[in-house]
Design a binder for this molecule. Structure first.
Ligand code: ATP
Ligand code: MG
Length: 429
């Protein structure tokens, strides 16, 4: 195929054999979020570039080198969203739905775009389910977010394979004091730092903490710790969160190096990580961002949220073989009809059955074909039962009912009794 007709590197098709697992995952999350009282919001995929620069921060990996930015026909600079929080904050401000302290518990799902090096678990178009809560500032809501994800891992059967890492970045004042101390310490060790960290020391010193460079990591061993700089309020908030996680029985590890890639976090930050996916180990990440809304021009409004990477979680389900059997079956019943008269009767019969059993997955053979070829298609469809309409059945106004998986003889069912019979033998989703 010519190059121009290929998909863009790092932007994947999700093929029909993969979509059942995606839909199972997305459906499970959506149901859980509904049950906890979160409401879905849908934002555009493209926003003004300025929005991301202002919210995410100019000196972050995303804004410095990962955004898909282009000029539209009006000469406006637009960007394909690299994450959801910025657009969500923009939307709640634009529509005034967080004004006057109104609580909003929102979630969204969709594609995000970052120009990163594509590899397993890291793509240029990827998908997130994210969630943001506005105007609740206590540790109780931070705990709810984490509890909800913990329940999700349980429902998906991957709880044993993920670990919760937790840190507090404090309020912006305490973080400011910590930043000063860190800069002073790191400046004294300037020559021992890798080049990237030397640069970050000037632009975004907290990011030095999550360096992968071994020499810099060695320098960090004796660096000042954020925990020693937390103000009373942040400390109480963090203790409140830990107490709640303990109460539910959710294990966690404190990771003082967890700073998250975006500028806007404060107080709680957390990541769910796994060792099952190689280098791309974070499946869900988030934290509190009490200053962001104000920074974006709104009234002071606290916020907390997270986003999970759908590709990575789907990969987890595959790797751990936590794929429920029923999702791979797309068809319950397959109707084969032989001859024009039988086809017409079959179509009408199928519609009558669908009226009575709207959740039944009933596929009617299309494209005619011999007995053998229709039967082959019925079998390949994965259906549990084949329905057969030939000359004999037409004459008696019955349909042949044949189990395709396992035992059971073919029987004849009267047309009028078919829906009732199917209802007894097919568990409908
Ligand atoms: P990472 O450290 O893996 O680059 P991040 O800190 O940049 O992640 P966030 O911006 O917090 O990620 O996004 C939340 C989640 O979205 C991540 O934990 C991950 O599961 C997923 N994610 C982020 N970037 C990608 C990507 N390029 N491809 C696939 N999933 C991604
Ligand atoms: Mg990243």
């Amino acid at each position: 195929m010519s190059k121009s007709l290929q998909a863009i590197r790092g932007m994947n098709d999700i093929l029909p054999e993969q979509t059942p697992l995606w839909r199972y995952f997305e459906g499970t999350v959506a149901r859980l979020l509904d049950n906890y009282g979160y409401k879905q919001i849908r934002m555009p995929i493209v926003e003004f570039t300025e929005l991301f620069k202002r919210s995410i921060g100019e000196v972050t990996d995303i804004v410095e080198k990962e955004m898909y930015t282009f000029e539209d026909r009006n000469g406006d600079s637009l960007t394909l969203r690299p994450e959801g929080t910025a657009a969500c904050v923009r939307a709640v401000l634009e529509h005034g739905i967080t004004g006057g302290g109104q609580v909003q518990k929102l979630w969204y799902i969709g594609p995000m775009f970052r120009h990163e090096r594509p590899q397993k678990g890291r793509y240029r178009q990827f998908h997130q389910i994210g969630l943001e809560v506005f105007n609740l500032d206590g540790p109780d809501i931070d705990a709810e977010l984490i509890t909800m994800t913990w329940r999700l891992w349980g429902e998906l059967g991957i709880r044993d394979a993920v670990k919760l890492e937790l840190n507090s970045l404090g309020t912006s004042e305490s973080r400011g004091r910590y930043r000063e101390a860190l800069v002073e310490y790191l400046s004294a060790h300037h020559d021992e730092l890798d080049e990237d960290s030397q640069r970050r020391l000037k632009t975004n010193p907290l990011r030095v903490l999550d360096t992968k460079n071994a020499d810099t990591q060695a320098v960090l061993v004796n660096a000042p710790k954020m925990a020693d700089y937390l103000d009373d309020e942040s400390r109480a908030h963090f203790e409140g969160l830990k107490a709640r996680l303990d109460a539910v029985g959710i294990p966690y590890v404190l990771n003082p190096k967890l700073v998250r890639g975006l500028d806007y976090y404060s107080k709680t930050v957390f990541e769910w990580v796994t060792d099952k996916l190689g280098a791309q180990g974070t499946v869900c990440a988030g934290g509190r961002y009490d200053g962001l809304v104000e920074q974006m021009g709104g009234k002071p409004t606290t916020g907390v949220g997270f986003a999970m990477g759908i590709e990575r979680l789907v990969l987890m389900l595959e790797t751990l073989e936590q794929i429920p059997e029923e999702i791979s079956r797309q068809v319950d019943v397959y109707l084969c009809a032989f001859g024009e008269e039988a086809e017409l009767a079959g179509l009408a019969l199928a519609e009558r059955v669908r009226d009575q059993l709207p959740n039944l997955r009933l596929q009617v053979n299309a494209g005619a074909g011999s007995f053998k070829s229709q039967f082959k298609k019925a079998d390949k469809s994965g259906a549990l039962y084949a329905l057969i309409l030939g000359d004999d059945e037409m004459a008696q106004q019955v349909v042949g009912f044949k189990p395709l998986r396992g035992q059971g003889e073919q029987q004849s069912i009267a047309w009028d009794a078919l829906a009732a019979h199917l209802a007894t033998c097919v568990v409908q989703g």
